[in-house]
Design a protein around this ligand. Structure first.
Ligand SMILES: Cc1ncc(COP(=O)(O)O)c(C=O)c1O
Length: 348
C-alpha cells in the first residue's frame, strides 16, 4: 500500500507539472543555408533553468514509485551542477534534505541556486570522485543516492507522455519540414539522447540522431569501440556534458552518428550564437550548435533542404565568470580565432 506521504509527494510533483508551461522551439534564420531550417528547443526556460528540470522530476517520481524515497529521506546526487539545481527545487517542494556532490570548479551561479533552494553542496576535486563520495554520503546519512548517471535513461518515459522528443515533434507539426533530418544532442548522463533515439525508432521517424561529444570525454570512443572500460583522467571543460567514464545511461545503439567537437569550437559558437539569438547560452549549447552547423553545411553541399533540431540546454548567465570571461577562456580553452574564422566561412 502506498503511504499517505508518498501519495501526497506524487500529487505535489504532478500539480507542479500542471502549473508549468512547455519550452519554446525557436527557429533561427540562417541566410547562408537556403531551405535549411535550424531550430533550438529552449530548455533554459524551465523554472530551474535547464533541461535537467525534466530529469529531476522524472527521477523523483521514479524514486517515489520504487519505494526508495520516503518522508524525510535525505537525497544525495552526483552532478556537474544543473541536475543538482533542479533536484534541489524538487527536494524543497517535498520538504526533503538535499546534498549535491560536485566538482569544486562548478559554476558559482549553480552553487548559489542550489543553496537558494535549500540544498547543500559537497565539493570534490575532480569529476571522477563524485560517484563514490555520493554513495558514501548516502550510506552515512541513510539517504537515497539519486544516481542520475545510472537512472536517467530509465526514469524518463521514452515512448511519449510529453517527453522532450514528443514535444519537439508536436511543435514542428506546422513547419515547412515537420520531420527534421537530424536531431543533434550532447551527452552528460546520455539520458536525453537515449530518450530521443528510442522515441525516433518507436515512432518510425526517418530523423537521424547525431550526438556531439566534447574533448576529454569517453563517449565518442565508446560509441566506436563499445569498450565500456574506457576512462579519461581529465574532466570535460564543457560543463554538463562529456564524461570521464562510460555512464550506464548512455545508450550507444540508438545513436546514428557521433562527432567530436573541440572545446574552442563550442565556445566560439556561443559567441557567434549571441549575435543571431541576442542571448547568451551555456557552452554545451555551443557544442550542439557547432554540430548542427556542420550538418547544415553537409546538407547544403549535397543540395539538400530540410530541418535540424538541437537543444539550448541552459542560459549563459550561469557562466559569466567562465565562458564569457576572456581571461578564463584564454587560460582554460585556448585560442578561439581559428574556430571563429571557420564559423564565419560556414555562414558567409
Ligand atoms: C548544461 C547541460 N547540457 C547538456 C547536458 C546533457 O544532458 P543528458 O544528461 O541528458 O545527457 C547536461 C547534463 O547535465 C547539462 O547540464
Amino acid at each position: 500500500m502506498t503511504s499517505t506521504w508518498v501519495n501526497h509527494a506524487i500529487s505535489e510533483i504532478n500539480a507542479d507539472y500542471q502549473r508549468s508551461a512547455d519550452t519554446h522551439l525557436i527557429r533561427l534564420a540562417l541566410p547562408a543555408f537556403p531551405g535549411i531550417h535550424l531550430y533550438l528547443k529552449d530548455e533554459s526556460t524551465h523554472p530551474t533553468g535547464s533541461l535537467k528540470h525534466r530529469l529531476a522530476r522524472s527521477l523523483f517520481l521514479y524514486g517515489l514509485c520504487n519505494g526508495w524515497i520516503k518522508e524525510g529521506t535525505p537525497i544525495i546526487e552526483a552532478s556537474s551542477g544543473s541536475t543538482a539545481v533542479s533536484e534541489a527545487y524538487f527536494a524543497r517542494l517535498l520538504g526533503l534534505p538535499f546534498i549535491a556532490v560536485m566538482p569544486s570548479c562548478t559554476a558559482r551561479r549553480k552553487v548559489e541556486q542550489i543553496a537558494f533552494y535549500g540544498g547543500r553542496c559537497h565539493f570534490v576535486d575532480s569529476a571522477c570522485e563524485i560517484y563514490d563520495v555520493s554513495e558514501m554520503l548516502a550510506k552515512e546519512l541513510n539517504g537515497h543516492y539519486m544516481d542520475q548517471f545510472t537512472y536517467a535513461e530509465r526514469a524518463t518515459d521514452w515512448r511519449g507522455n510529453n517527453n522532450i522528443a514528443d514535444s519537439i515533434f508536436r511543435q514542428m507539426a506546422s513547419e515547412p519540414c515537420p520531420v527534421p533530418d537530424y536531431i543533434v544532442m550532447s551527452a552528460g548522463t546520455g539520458g536525453t539522447s537515449a530518450t530521443i533515439g528510442r522515441y525516433l525508432r518507436y515512432q518510425g521517424h526517418a530523423t537521424q540522431l547525431m550526438v556531439v561529444d566534447p574533448q576529454n570525454s569517453v563517449f565518442f570512443d565508446y560509441w566506436q569501440s563499445r569498450d565500456a572500460t574506457l576512462k579519461s583522467r581529465v574532466g570535460s571543460k564543457i560543463e554538463g556534458i562529456g564524461r570521464p567514464r562510460v555512464e550506464p545511461s548512455f545508450i550507444p545503439a540508438v545513436i546514428d552518428d557521433m562527432m567530436r567537437v573541440p572545446d574552442a569550437a563550442s565556445v566560439a559558437t556561443i559567441q557567434w550564437l549571441e549575435t543571431i539569438l541576442g542571448r547568451k547560452v551555456g557552452a554545451s549549447t555551443g557544442t550542439n550548435v557547432w554540430g548542427a552547423l556542420q550538418l547544415a553545411a553537409k546538407m547544403r553541399d549535397e543540395g539538400r533542404q530540410g530541418a535540424i533540431v538541437t537543444l539550448l540546454c541552459d542560459s549563459g548567465e550561469r557562466y559569466l565568470e567562465t565562458y564569457y570571461n576572456p581571461q578564463w577562456v584564454e587560460h582554460n580553452i585556448g585560442d578561439l580565432t581559428p574556430w571563429q574564422a571557420e564559423i564565419k566561412r560556414l555562414c558567409a
